[in-house]
Design a binder for this molecule. Structure first.
Ligand code: DX5
Ligand code: ZN
Length: 219
């Protein structure tokens, strides 16, 4: 692949020192990934618009918000207003894709479409032009530190072909279980944006971890 962007997931940071975590990867991470969970779409709770506001004030690194919530219409534009550069919604949660993506773009952010491992991308072909990023989950969303699902690799390769064949302007992102062992085969399948939580903030030197993941993806 020509490019490999690495987005450290703040879910794996020390929540008592979240600003330090953002600074630790500044200049190395392409963007920061911020998970939002509502305990309904997934059985966990995570970051709010106020977190995004706070992160925005301590770093210039662009923020990528991944909304694992049942009601994206209620919250998505607010994340854009707080300074998220990209807001990703889940296909399984959205009612009217055009309405939600129009609202996100009107609030000044790029748009992402996320699909869980078992959700086919083919159901959303006619709406892909409304997005800047396609997130294929490589775990069941909800928690960090899970094992990469190798069975998603053919879906990644198919999405890569679809994007290239149709000439779509869409970044292909994966999230879940990305580490030194799994990043090479994902890069080979055509991923260009890698989210990594444990494999960055779980290590002694998060900046070095970002650089070594990127080097492996480009190898
Ligand atoms: C989980 C989140 C991920 C999580 C990934 O639903 O969407 O962003 O932080 O964590 P790792 O990289 O540890 O699998
Ligand atoms: Zn995520």
């Amino acid at each position: 692949v020509a490019t490999a962007q690495i987005y450290p997931s703040m879910l794996a940071a020390d929540f008592g020192r979240i600003a330090d975590a953002a600074r630790a990867v500044a200049g190395h991470a392409d963007w920061l990934h911020v998970d939002v969970m509502d305990y309904h779409f997934v059985p966990n709770l995570a970051f709010s618009p106020d977190t995004v506001d706070a992160l925005r004030r301590v770093t210039d690194t662009p923020l990528d918000c991944h909304l694992m919530i049942d009601d994206p219409d209620r919250w998505a534009p607010g994340f854009a207003e707080r300074g998220a550069a990209n807001v990703t919604i889940h296909a399984e949660a959205v009612d009217d894709i055009a309405r939600t993506t129009d609202a996100i773009r009107a609030a000044g952010a790029r748009t992402g479409l996320a699909v869980k491992p078992a959700t086919p991308v083919e159901h959303y072909l006619d709406d892909l032009h409304r997005f800047d990023l396609l997130l294929l989950m490589t775990i069941e969303p909800g928690f960090g530190g899970q094992k990469f699902m190798d069975e998603v690799l053919p879906k990644i390769a198919a999405a890569r072909r679809l994007i290239d064949d149709r000439g779509l302007d869409l970044w292909l992102q994966i999230d879940g279980g990305v580490n030194r062992e799994t990043i090479e085969r994902s890069a080979e399948a055509g991923v260009d944006v890698f989210v990594a939580g444990t494999a960055v903030f779980g290590l002694e030197d998060p900046a070095a971890a970002v650089e070594s993941l990127r080097a492996l993806a480009l190898a």
